[in-house]
Design a protein around this ligand. Structure first.
Ligand code: 5GP
Ligand code: MG
Ligand code: MG
Length: 184
């Protein structure tokens, strides 16, 4: 999707495609080093993490396994409901596995705390988290996030997998929407 196709819906670009890619290069290098000699299971959280998952695993030099989970914590609006539901569970047994959860964004951290507890209860060897974006609120949550792409301001963002009412996920960058988009 090209920003030119957004009319006046886009307010501003926060992170360009090039910035996202350059940061992923660094994170992939770190992950390769940290998991050298280990078998890694990368778990993407649908749907938002699709872009970061695809772009991250292609940068890794080691062979990894990929699995997906879908949880629901937001409605179609911009506010967290605080309620987490599993919509699609993993196909993989986590017993003894090194697991890396890949997230699009950590906002309140509610989804992540819940997900961590849930996956840890399945007997993995280790569970770590990689997120492309993190908002200030997330700092309040006592969760150790090993890999963070960018800390961003407390604004609602779209693009690079993130939606507003299921739209804008296919933007190759991260941006904010003009206020008029939310008001109808
Ligand atoms: P949390 O539970 O950390 O508050 O938020 C988890 C989920 O809420 C994210 O995975 C994402 O789907 C959604 N979310 C949080 N902040 C934003 C945002 O700024 N933009 C969009 N599009 N989704 C967000
Ligand atoms: Mg997510
Ligand atoms: Mg959403």
């Amino acid at each position: 999707m090209d920003p030119a196709d957004m009319g006046d819906d886009l307010e501003r670009v926060l992170l360009t495609e090039a910035q996202l890619g350059a940061r992923l290069d660094e994170l992939a290098e770190q992950i390769d080093a940290d998991y050298a000699g280990k078998e890694l299971l990368v778990v993407g959280v649908l749907k938002g993490a699709v872009m970061v998952m695809a772009d991250l695993v292609r940068r890794l030099h080691s062979t990894v396994q990929m699995d997906w989970m879908a949880v629901s914590s937001y409605g179609s609006g911009t506010k967290s409901s605080g309620v987490v539901r599993i919509l699609k569970d993993l196909d993989t047994d986590l017993t003894g596995r090194h697991v890396l959860i890949v997230e699009d964004i950590i906002d309140s951290g509610l989804t992540l705390s819940w997900l961590l507890a849930n996956l840890r209860s399945r007997g993995p060897e280790s569970v770590e988290i990689a997120t492309m974006l993190r908002k200030p609120e997330a700092a309040k949550v006592d969760v150790d996030v090993r890999y963070v792409g960018f800390d961003i301001p407390n604004e609602f963002v779209v693009g690079y997998g993130l939606d507003y009412a299921e739209k804008y996920r296919n933007l190759p960058f991260v941006g904010t929407l003009a206020p008029h988009v939310y008001s109808h």
